[in-house]
Design a protein around this ligand. Structure first.
Ligand SMILES: Nc1nc2c(ncn2[C@@H]2O[C@H](COP(=O)(O)OP(=O)(O)O)[C@@H](O)[C@H]2O)c(=O)[nH]1
Ligand SMILES: [Mg+2]
Length: 214
């Protein structure tokens, strides 16, 4: 979270996960959906242009980025490049994240399972004990349209997720008739809500202890 020179508060939301899981595709769809909402809701929502740094095959090499204003708060949304060799770049994008959206690939092959696990372990390595505590993580199982998809129970076990962490099942593929727009919206809404809530609780610990007792 940071405050700009005009006093506006910015939150940083970062998409993380293995290469090819669908991070860029999901952010692109979120941008489109928010633009539709902005047309309807007028002054409450403002969406910038999404910037992407990709190689010739469409792989993210630095990050994707889109700024979004909802009412008085600004969300700066990034994706990380998933290929293993871009580790340093991922660390830079992750810096000061207020919420993370971890996108796992549901394809059930040994290679993709291994990529999911590698990415999850790397995130743990970067964030240590802050993972799931200080920094909220929203977990997405994308590509639920695939016939050979990993079961949610197996994915939960593979990623070692605490039982209270939900998994959002999505289909983001642009030409799929099954595309799960509502679920994709819910992923974004949950991420921004968690980012803001976590900060409020941190700034007023009394409120946090009251919340726990309830
Ligand atoms: N089958 C299927 N393919 C998807 C889905 N979402 C994205 N893709 C495809 O997966 C590939 C990688 O997506 P991309 O967003 O570039 O992945 P990233 O590396 O995580 O940013 C692209 O060909 C997408 O069209 C999905 O829900 N189902
Ligand atoms: Mg990408």
């Amino acid at each position: 979270m940071r405050r700009d020179s005009q006093g506006r508060i910015h939150f940083k939301v970062v998409f993380y996960g293995p290469t090819f899981a669908g991070k860029t595709t999901i952010l692109r769809r979120i941008t489109e959906l928010l633009k539709e909402a902005a047309e309807k809701k007028g002054k409450d929502i403002e969406v910038g242009e999404m910037i992407s740094f990709e190689d010739r095959t469409g792989r993210t090499i630095k990050y994707d980025y889109v700024p979004v204003r909802i009412k008085s708060l600004i969300y700066e949304v990034y994706t990380t490049p998933g290929q293993r060799r871009h580790k340093f770049q991922r660390m830079m994008v992750l810096k000061d994240a207020d919420a993370i959206i971890f996108v796992a690939d549901s394809e059930n092959t040994p290679e993709r399972r291994e990529e999911n696990l590698y990415s999850r372990n790397e995130l743990k390595h970067f964030l240590g004990s802050k993972l799931f505590t200080e920094i909220p993580v929203i977990v997405v199982a994308n590509k639920r349209d695939l016939p050979n998809k990993i079961s949610i129970a197996e994915l939960r076990k593979l990623l070692g997720l605490p039982p209270n962490v939900p998994i959002f099942e999505t289909i983001a593929k642009p030409d799929s008739p099954q595309r799960t727009d509502e679920r994709i919206k819910a992923v974004f809404k949950t991420a921004v809500r968690e980012a803001v809530l976590r900060k409020i609780l941190k700034l007023s610990p009394k409120l946090g202890s009251r919340r726990k007792k309830e």
